[in-house]
Structures are given as structure tokens and as C-alpha cells.
Design a protein. Sequence first.
Length: 410
Amino acid sequence: MEPFLVNFAADVIRGSSQDRPTDGVLREALKADKVITKGDRRVISRAVFAYYRWKGFLPREAPIEARVEVALEFAEKFSRNQFLFSAEVLAKKAMPKWVAAHVEFRPDWLRAIQREPRLWLRARAGTARRLIKTLIDAKSARIRALPDAVEYFGNKDLYARPEFEAGEFEIQDIASQAVSVMCEPKPGETWWDACAGEGGKTLHLASLMQNQGLIWASDRAPWRLDSLKTRAARAQAFNYRAEVWDGSARLPTKAQFDGVLLDAPCTGLGTWHRNPHARWTCKPGDVAELAAVQSKLLRHAAPTVKPGGKLIYAVCTITRDETKAICDAFEQAHPEFEPLPLPNPFIEIAPPSPRWTLWPKDTGGNAMFVTAWRRKSHDDPAADAEPKAAEPVAPTQDEPPPSPLPDPAP
């Protein structure tokens, strides 16, 4: 790697912090430099993210420039043979030590977060084959339940493509696409995407509903909903309404819904291959703090589900406190809901289950936890039962009081 590229990558790393995530610093630095080529940009990006994937293996006393080059050597070795690194070694060095108390490590996940991520697109419904021919460097996911999922392995700037401007595809991880499919929304229904972010799942729900019915999309950050507005216009999705919601008991609407999707803010361990910087800025106290937020959001969202309707809870993390413990506490506090088995789009032979962890070895994308409940109909014995007071979700180890988090991105 050329020295000036190493220096560029090192400067990005020096400028990154918890308050200034690496992807944003990198994007700003590349935008400001008018000299480096597209090829150089790819080399720099690869070096920066390799540094954070292999940070725990690097000599701390060495200058950042030297560590960048060592990180690239590790990445090259891993690409040739991922089994050169045992699961035990990866668990100890590829992330902070506190993670072990919150996660049941799987060797396939440990290796997945050390790989460079695959890039997934969601084609406009029914147009995947045409899009693949147009982009050339693309192929179908070949998953029956996800016919619009397309993997892109080229080097073009997809945001500059006329097909993107025409709304012919969205850039969206395949596991995220799977969550919308698992909701199984029907045309004419009313849904609430409660933590919509910039609207990736909102737009997918709209597509699955054939733009019939209504989707309420909410988020705590108005700028994210402004982004949704732009994306929706590009995708020609018009069956939605966007309202700011801060997660409090004061809901954005008094409506009741056929389905509610709560894709909650979380620690994001499931995206650590894509965002390796986050594994070094996430703190032990974040797990308990975010679990409390998730529990509160579920508590406020639950009454908006119609009798017979669905409540889907999804997070891109795998900590016990944010997955199993959240579900157990919710079911104890809400007897008016019952677990709703869902099919796994990636494992057709598996029987439906109300709780799924979508692992990278199956998805080729992020790790996601998805669970579903059905609100019992009025003629069910527990349908009108008063919700019980939820017990707080206890952290799995003694932890210091959580520090304030930045505005979490759903």
C-alpha cells in the first residue's frame, strides 16, 4: 500500500471517536480530497475498516500507520484461510472483553464479523432480473422468499446510477429486507413502522402492500423522516404518513394497527462486520440502557395493535438482554399477546418459530433477532386482561451506571 494512502487512512482513524464515527469521518475526508482516484478511495476505505476489524490484534506501541499495514496483513491472511484464527482467539481479541458476558459466541458469527461485508440491493418489485442485467456486476440472492434481493459486487458508485435516481433499487442489507418479509403485510392493511429511521423498511412494507393501505412511519429525529420523504418520492411510494415520535407514551396517532414493526435502537452487534468501529465505542453500560429503552418502546407500542393484529420486534444485535430477556419480560407483562410463529426466509425446511436469530452464515448479511406476537381476539380468555407491571430487564453482569448515549439510530 502506497505510503500516502497509509497516511490518509491513519488520519481518518485519528479523527474518529465515539462522537465522530469512522464512516462519517472517512466520507468527509474522501469528499474533500479532489486528487485521489476512485481506486485509491477503495484502498483507503478497506484499510480503515481493516484497522478496526483487527484492532485487538495490533501492537499498541506502534504508530497508527504501522498498525494499518499490519491490519491489512491480517485481513489478507484471513481472506486466504479464515480457520487460521480459532474462535477462542477471535472471541478474546476481535472485540472488547466485556462482550463475552452478554453473548453466547458462535464460531460462524465470530468469523463473519471479520469479513468484509457484502453489498445488498432491493430491486423494485418484480424487476430484479432486469436490474441484474443492467448493473452487470450483480447477481440474485436466489432466495424464494426474497425475490427482489440482489447482491452487487462491482465498484461503481451506485448512488450516481440513473437506476438509483429512478427508484429502481434501494441499498438495503438482506437481513433488513427479511424483517419486512417476515411481517407478511397485506395490501389494504394499516401498519406502524415505529422506529423507521430513514425508512428502508417503511418503503419495503409499502412495496409488499402494493402501495395499498397505510403505513405510519415515526422516528425521534426529524431529519431521518425528511430523508424518508426523499426516498419515498424516488420509489413512488405514497401510502405512508410520517410523524416524529420520541418513544414516550404520547403516541403519534390514536389509530390501531393490523401490524406494528418495532425495529428498536440497539447495541448493533449484528452489524459489526459492516461497522467495525462501533465494536470499540460500544460500552458495557449501553446494553442495559438500550434494553430499558426497548422495553419502554414495546410497552408504549403494544396497545396500538388491533385484536388479532401483529407486533414484530426486531434488533440488529445478539445480546441476551436485548433479545431473549426482552421477549420473556414482555410476555410476562402482556398476557393479551401470544407468540406468533414466523417462517425463516433463509431456512425453508425449518418449521415456523416465534423467535429467530438470522445469522450471517445463512443471510450473507447482518445478524438480526426477530420475534412476533399476535394480540388475542376479544373472544380469547386473556384478550382483555390488564397488562402486568413489567419487571426490569436485569443485566447479565454487574455493570457501572450507563453513560448517556448519543441519539441511537434505529
